[in-house]
Design a protein around this ligand. Structure first.
Ligand code: ACO
Length: 334
């Protein structure tokens, strides 16, 4: 006998951005750059940075609390917590374990997923499968990053891009008879492109040492130009796959919530989908690239200001280090 298959839905969203703000003008006092260079090339004017002592798990727990409140779910109801992050509080244990304690998720199984900027969508797919299989009824998916901790603030080619923050979604078995829910998830990886975007030291291959610190090997390095081209190609193709897997065409999509890496990448993906920018949710101007937090933070803003409504078709699309890429179509609401 086949196991029962249930539909998983997004029942509520939440997000948290730290209060400290770093503008392009602030950056121009730290490295040789300017708002005139940064804004036209990236769409970024400012980003939020975590306070001293504010960790990835703190931001994740706050976003999780807000998502649970929006969904009307009590912490004890959550059976699964997945935190997507590349900036864990520490290598061991999983940041999700700290979030469990901070958000009071006593009945949740907790683990992290690492897929860089695609991390939230990878985690959404994992949670969806648990719910569809009937293994859990209520899950929490969080994307949270303290990118400021792995940003080289002396490297103008990368430090202009990143910001900190967290976003969360409660993923629940859809209400009986509801047409809403996660309609598709598509994912992909090409590990041969790992050298395009990486942190060299701090893992088991090259543990942190006086030498790695002196050589600044614990920070993000990337070939921005080449990443840009892969980003546009992979995001557009995985988005089209997710739309077709959902049994829809691009014209059926009400909102696109893309990973916020660069406004020019977002515009190119919208063009490939033949979608006007009016249908695209962007917040990159004030957040920068918050990696795994980027999609749930943008989604939460659009839900709270009334743009994204129940019953609408929302397309998520992301790419990131790995390289990884992912997309999902959700008929929003429970
Ligand atoms: N200020 C002023 N000048 C700069 C800066 C800066 N902040 N950064 C680079 N430059 C200079 C370079 O030195 C170069 O000068 P040169 O021509 O004299 O050598 C010139 O500007 C052009 O540099 P490029 O790197 O070619 O600039 P480009 O137009 O490609 O823009 C950017 C760079 C914005 C990083 C772009 O490539 C990009 O957004 N790429 C995608 C990055 C991305 O999305 N990464 C994903 C990270 S997600 C994750 O998984 C963590």
């Amino acid at each position: 006998m086949n196991a029962p298959t249930f539909r998983a839905a997004i029942a509520g969203t939440g997000s948290y951005l730290p209060s400290r703000i770093l503008t392009n003008d602030d950056l121009s006092k730290m490295v040789d750059t300017s708002d005139e260079w940064i804004y036209p090339r990236t769409g970024i004017r400012s980003r939020h940075l975590a306070a001293e002592g504010e960790n990835t798990s703190d931001m994740a727990a706050e976003a999780a609390r807000r998502a649970m409140a929006a969904a009307g779910v009590a912490p004890e109801e959550v059976e699964l917590l997945i935190v997507a992050t590349i900036t864990p509080d520490s290598p061991l244990p999983a940041t999700a374990c700290h979030v469990q304690t901070k958000a009071g998720l006593a009945n949740a199984t907790c683990f992290d997923v690492t897929a860089a900027c695609s991390g939230f969508l990878y985690a959404l797919d994992v949670a969806r499968q648990f719910v569809m299989a009937g293994t859990v009824r209520t899950a929490l998916v969080v994307g949270a990053e303290k990118m400021s901790a792995i940003t080289d603030w002396t490297d103008r080619t990368t430090c202009i891009l990143f910001g900190d923050g967290a976003g969360a979604a409660v993923v629940r078995r859809a209400d009986e008879g509801s047409p809403n829910g996660i309609l598709s998830c598509a994912t992909g990886t090409d590990g041969s492109l790992a050298p395009l975007l990486f942190v060299e030291a701090g893992g088991s291959a090259l543990p942190t040492s006086a030498e790695t610190l002196a050589a600044r090997k614990g920070y993000v390095r990337m070939d921005g130009h080449t990443i840009f081209k892969h980003a546009v190609r992979n995001m557009a193709s995985v988005a089209l796959k997710a739309v077709s897997d959902a049994g829809l065409s691009p014209a059926d999509i009400d909102w696109i919530v893309p990973h916020q890496a660069n406004i020019r990448i977002i515009q190119a993906v919208a063009k490939a989908l033949d979608a006007p920018m009016e249908k695209v949710v962007t917040n990159i101007e004030t957040t920068g690239n918050t990696t795994a937090a980027s999609i749930p933070v943008a989604l939460d803003a659009a839900v709270r200001d009334g743009r994204v409504k129940p019953g609408q078709n929302v397309l998520f699309a992301a790419f990131g280090a790995g390289l990884t890429w992912a997309a999902s179509v959700v008929r929003f609401g429970r």
